[in-house]
Design a protein around this ligand. Sequence first.
Ligand SMILES: [Fe+2]
Ligand SMILES: [Fe+2]
Length: 144
Amino acid sequence: MAITKEQLIEKLNLDLSHEYGAAVQYTYSAAAVSGLYRPALKPLFEEEITDELGHALYLAEKIKSLGGVPTTKVAEVPQPDQVKDILNEIVKAESDTIVRYKQRMEEAEELGLTELVIKLEDMIADETGHKEEMERILQDPHFK
Ligand SMILES: [Fe+2]
Ligand SMILES: [Fe+2]
C-alpha cells in the first residue's frame, strides 16, 4: 500500500530528530575526544555540526511546508569516552541515517515529491562522506 503524506511527515520527523542527534553527537565528540588524536579530530567533529544542522534546517522547513509540525525531539546519543568507540558510534549513526534516507527517497518518489528526492540524495552523499572519513581514520593501526 502506498504511503500517505501524513505517514511521510511522521518519518521525516524521525529523520529530523536524528539530525539534531547528529549535531549533538558531533558536539559531544569534539568535547570528549582526548589524547594524541584530539588536535586532528576536534576540528573535524566541529565542522560536521554545521552540516548536520543544515540538514535539520532543511527537514524542519520541509515538514512545515508539507503541513506538519517539525519535532523538537533529539534522538538518543551514546556517550563513549574512548576515541575508537566515539568513531565507531559515529560510523554506526551515519550508516543508519543513510539507510533511512534511501527508504525516504523511495517514499518521497511515490508521492511525487521530486525536490525532496533530490535533496535526500544530496544528504545521502553528505552522510556517506562523513561515514567514509571516520572509517579511514579508524584504519589507523592504533584502532585495530
Ligand atoms: Fe545529516
Ligand atoms: Fe552526517
